[in-house]
Design a protein around this ligand. Structure first.
Ligand code: PEP
Length: 256
């Protein structure tokens, strides 16, 4: 049975104190309120929050993720944070290949292959983001683009390594824009991604792969998106910054 996952991507938001408080609130919701049962919750915090948040959360359903890691193992790389350092904080996952990293920081598939390798060497689960920009969708290239991102970034992995990967489909035109893919568009792409994984690793692996939707998913639209059979959860940006909203999304995932 593949996992139901709701992951928050805080991006570059929240001071240290604010982030610690947000994590405390999410922890409290899961501890005291009903409705989130059976969902794995991941908090993708900025690097500086990782150790404290990982230490503070007590609910077993909650794990912590970094939003990036370095391509190199260690050494003279000023300003970089290695996968080993991430793992040493107690974080269990790392988000890689987010479109903001691909677009603003020039992360190519070649770079991502190295980051994926570093993450796996340090036993970090990977949330690997893929997704097309608007022009690619409008010109009918979205399947081709997503397939290339998967093939170039991940398909050098063995099936055993691939088991540590969660895929997040995030149409770039829907991220932070308030525009959401329709449930049908999400389902169509998720089913496509699963078929591509199946061709590479076999149906059993594809059936076990969690595929998350990301892109303006919120408390209002989460139900209809999560009702799709190949949508296993969400990667949530803006709506993960308020514990009450985030918990509504977690509950929506638990319902389906
Ligand atoms: C994201 O960037 O991962 C994301 C899904 O953002 P938002 O929910 O704000 O569109």
């Amino acid at each position: 049975m593949r996992k139901k996952i709701v992951a928050g991507n805080w991006k570059m938001n929240k001071t240290f104190a604010e982030g610690v408080e947000l994590a405390r609130e999410v922890n409290e919701y899961l501890r005291y309120k009903e409705g989130g049962e059976g969902v794995s919750v991941i908090l993708g915090t900025p690097f500086i929050h990782l150790a404290k948040v990982a230490h503070n959360v007590t609910e077993p359903a909650i794990a912590v993720a970094a939003q990036n890691c370095a391509t190199e193992k260690s050494g003279a790389y000023t300003g970089e944070i290695s996968a080993e350092m991430v793992a040493s904080t107690g974080a269990k996952h790392v988000i890689l290949g987010h479109s903001e990293r691909r677009n603003y920081y020039g992360e190519t598939s070649e770079i991502l292959v190295k980051k994926v390798a570093r993450a796996l060497e340090n036993n970090l689960g990977i949330i690997f983001c893929v997704g097309e920009v608007l022009e690619e969708r409008e010109s009918g290239k979205h399947f081709e683009v997503v397939k290339a991102q998967l093939t170039e970034g991940l398909f050098n992995l063995s099936a055993e390594q691939f088991a540590h990967v969660v895929i997040a489909y995030e149409p770039v035109w829907a991220i932070g824009t308030g525009k959401t893919a329709t449930p049908e568009q999400a389902q169509e792409m998720h089913a496509f991604i699963r078929s591509v994984v199946s061709t590479q690793y076999g149906q059993a692996v594809a059936d076990e792969t969690s595929i998350l939707y990301g892109g303006s998913c919120n408390a209002k639209n989460a139900d209809e998106i999560f009702s799709q059979p190949d949508v296993d959860g969400g990667l949530i940006g803006g709506a993960s910054l308020k514990a009450a909203d985030f918990f509504e999304i977690i509950k929506a995932r638990a319902r389906h």
